[in-house]
Design a binder for this molecule. Structure first.
Ligand code: C2O
Ligand code: CU
Length: 473
């Protein structure tokens, strides 16, 4: 590998299988434009005027307090980890200034699950340079999607995220439509965040170990916004009452039904909004492995229960609804097949992650045209599970292991792909840019489980590698 390099020069362009010209969309071969390429730097929001939400986040290396008298080494934002919750209303202009006070090697912020313009995506070496100690960088985007999201560093992310350079961003729907109060999500009377992170081997919710209490009255419906910021799955379940899974990865589930005796398995990077009705008898306990949150009147408690044997299956949960596009008529079809293969990665011999039979840095650049309906088959032929995350887009799950989805439209940005599994997903290429498409078990990304989705006619002026020193993974 050269000392520094552009991701545009990595691996190979993968144009996928294009539909015949005239069938539906572009249908033309890729890449193939004579026009000068557009820089991702110019893919900004173009939203001028004052911001509706303006936040300054100061990143510093230091110690994180995760309980009374318990501190661990980590990275804080404005003195704590998780950083402050950023709250916005749909269509707000959000402006965040990241100040790097003392994070060695530089840092960035990526808006996980928010389909922001590419220039704001926060990937060091692809959409910006890492922000070094003493420097700052301002992000600006319109929060178009309501729901639960999070932000985290995308510079040496396998290390900086683990150390706590992260926080939640919650976007409230613009106006409660008249019909909303009739929906489960609309009927929630209060709202609480439950961001889970493991610091130095200790699991926390909202940065605190053990059990915590959230005041609520019997009959209250509390929307619990679970965010999994760890590298592995985070099962969550409720004891003391039934619950409803109201949203997945920020998108409301259509016609969710009450759940009891089942856990929701939140993939690495994923979110699940649970609406929990506080029982007349006292409290309800929202549980994750080793931590819990009791919702109820002051002093109330609820029995703990072990993890239910069954999980909610998103392939069948909720009811179908009309889609905004036709996944049955793709313009382009890709395969993203994960395996293991012997070879050298970053100078190290070993048995490494492969994508479509090739090893990093010979990774595919899935190339699309704006407006394409894209289908992708994701296969896991390796011996470990992979939570796959595509930046800048949400994908619709069509099938798993050949079994078609029959529940609510399942829109996701963080999809758990177990060993041996085969998913078919589809999305609309409606957000031009160069986007990472990687495993969110971030050490796996570091080991080479990374590809990119690029729109034709784009390029990046940024470089990854040695002296820059941009290292997104
Ligand atoms: Cu949550 Cu590429 O990241
Ligand atoms: Cu992985």
């Amino acid at each position: 590998m050269p000392d520094t390099y552009s991701v545009m020069d990595m691996g190979f362009h993968e144009p996928g299988i294009a539909a015949a010209a005239g069938a539906h969309g572009s249908g033309h071969p890729l890449p193939g434009s004579d026009a000068a390429p557009v820089s991702v730097k110019d893919l900004t929001e173009r939203a001028t005027g004052p911001a509706d939400v303006s936040v300054r986040l100061v990143a510093a290396a230091g110690r994180v307090t995760i309980g009374t008298g318990i501190t661990v080494p980590g990275i804080t934002l404005n003195g704590s980890s998780p950083g402050p919750v950023i709250r916005a209303t749909q269509d707000d202009v959000v402006e965040v200034t990241l100040v790097n006070e003392s994070v060695p090697g530089g840092t960035t912020l990526h808006w996980h699950g928010l389909d922001v313009p590419n220039a704001e995506d926060g990937v060091a070496g692809v959409t910006q340079d890492a922000v070094h100690a003493g420097e700052s960088h301002t992000y600006r985007f319109v929060a178009r999607q309501a729901g639960t999201y999070w932000y985290h560093s995308h510079q040496v992310s396998h290390e900086q995220v683990r150390k706590g350079l992260l926080g939640a961003i919650v976007v409230a729907p613009k106006a409660a439509p008249a019909a909303a109060s009739a929906t489960v999500a609309g009927a929630a009377t209060s709202d609480v965040l439950a961001l889970s992170h493991t610091y130095s081997g200790r699991r926390t919710i909202n940065g605190r170990v053990g059990e915590q209490h959230v005041d609520a009255r019997p009959g209250d419906r509390v929307r619990v916004r679970v965010v999994n910021t760890d590298a592995g799955v985070a099962p969550v379940w409720v004891s003391g009452t039934a619950y409803v899974l109201a949203a997945v990865d920020g998108t409301d589930v259509n016609a969710p039904t009450p759940v009891s005796g089942r856990a929701v398995v939140v993939p690495a990077g994923g979110r699940a909004d649970l609406v929990v009705e506080v029982p007349a008898s006292g409290g309800a306990r929202v549980q994750m492995s080793g931590v819990s949150m009791v919702l109820g009147p002051p002093g109330s408690t609820a029995p703990a229960a072990s993890r239910p044997k069954k999980d909610v299956d998103l392939l069948t949960y909720g009811s179908p609804a009309a889609l905004s596009f036709d996944p049955g008529k793709p313009d382009r079809t890709f395969a993203y097949s994960i395996g293991r293969k012997p070879g050298f990665v970053k100078g190290r011999p070993g048995v490494h992650w492969s994508i479509n039979g090739k090893l990093w840095p010979n990774i595919p650049m899935f190339t699309v045209a704006e407006g394409d309906v894209v289908r992708m088959e994701i296969l896991n032929r390796s011996n470990e599970t992979h939570p796959m995350h595509l930046h800048g887009h949400h994908v619709l799950v069509l099938s798993r292991d050949g079994k078609a989805a029959t529940g609510s439209p399942w829109w996701t940005d963080s999809l758990e792909v177990p060993v041996g599994a085969r998913f078919e997903v589809a999305f609309v290429a409606d957000n031009p840019g160069i986007w990472m498409d990687h495993c969110h078990n971030l050490p796996h990304a570091r080991e080479g489980l990374v590809a990119h989705l690029a729109y034709e006619g784009l390029t990046t002026p940024y470089r990854v590698g040695g002296t820059t020193p941009n290292e997104p993974e």
